[in-house]
Design a protein around this ligand. Structure first.
Ligand SMILES: [Zn+2]
Length: 247
């Protein structure tokens, strides 16, 4: 992480032509609850949001103009895209278009960035509990295999910071959608490990264990991360972004 609180997942960034970055809320305090916020929709000063976004895109040698985002409706839909802008009714994007940045907005849900350096495919997926229950990440891998001819053994994945099993309490109706291995019961309360769930789906999709990296922090209990669960609708938002350049 550098001084602006931007994290560059090493395993992705050392692939030829792949640039990936995940933001944090570095500098967040009672006086600056929205530090590092990247959303124009939470009441933050737009000039400050722009500045935060510029810093993020500068790190990957791009600008906000090349950003494509899914509209994040808690679905399990993934789309192939070749244009920037907001793409409707989906929670994951994938592309083979060099120079197009794919980004998902996060504040507790799991961001997963994928790259196949052989086929030149990158993907960004937003996996909340609904998307995770419907196995959106495993679907993304299957789509890379069936459409782009990816070999799952070549795909690298970064699972970014999200609500952790330490804090992410869910009700029985949500917990019932998941296997025991990712549900933790403590004093009669159920906590879900969504990062582990998504890692399991990547393994089920054929990825090598050594090709999957997990961001260790929990958004809810780390003061340097934004959390919707902790701070409510006006919480800041972070982003996970990936792009590939022509070699
Ligand atoms: Zn926690």
């Amino acid at each position: 992480m550098n001084s602006t609180g931007l994290v560059r997942p090493l395993d992705l960034n050392r692939l030829p032509g792949v640039h990936a970055v995940v933001s944090t809320a570095e500098g967040r305090s009672a006086e600056r609850p929205l530090a590092g916020n990247l959303s124009y929709r939470v009441g933050d000063d737009p000039a400050q949001v722009r500045k935060n976004r510029d810093a993020l895109f500068a790190l990957i040698g791009a600008t906000e103009d090349v950003l494509a985002t899914p509209d994040q409706v808690h679905s399990a839909s993934i789309r192939w895209v070749d244009q920037p802008g907001r793409h409707e009714e989906c929670d994951g994007l994938m592309t083979r278009t060099p120079g197009l940045a794919l980004g998902v907005t996060i504040a507790d849900c799991v961001p997963v960035l994928l790259a196949d350096p052989v086929r030149g495919v990158v993907a960004a997926v937003h996996a909340g509990w609904r998307g995770s229950a419907e196995r959106i990440v495993q679907k993304a891998v299957a789509e890379m295999v069936s459409t782009a001819g990816s070999d799952p053994h070549e795909i690298r994945a970064y699972i970014g910071h999200a609500a952790g099993a330490c804090c992410y309490e869910v009700g029985g109706e949500v917990a019932d959608r998941f296997h025991d291995g990712v549900r933790h019961v403590r004093q009669g309360r159920i906590f879900l490990d969504l990062k582990a769930e998504n890692r399991n789906q990547l393994l089920a999709g054929g990825l090598r264990e050594s090709h999957i990296t997990l961001g260790p922090e929990c958004t809810i209990c780390s003061p340097r991360l934004h959390s919707y669960r902790r701070d409510g609708a006006r919480s800041g938002r972070m982003m996970a972004v990936i792009l590939r350049r022509e070699r």
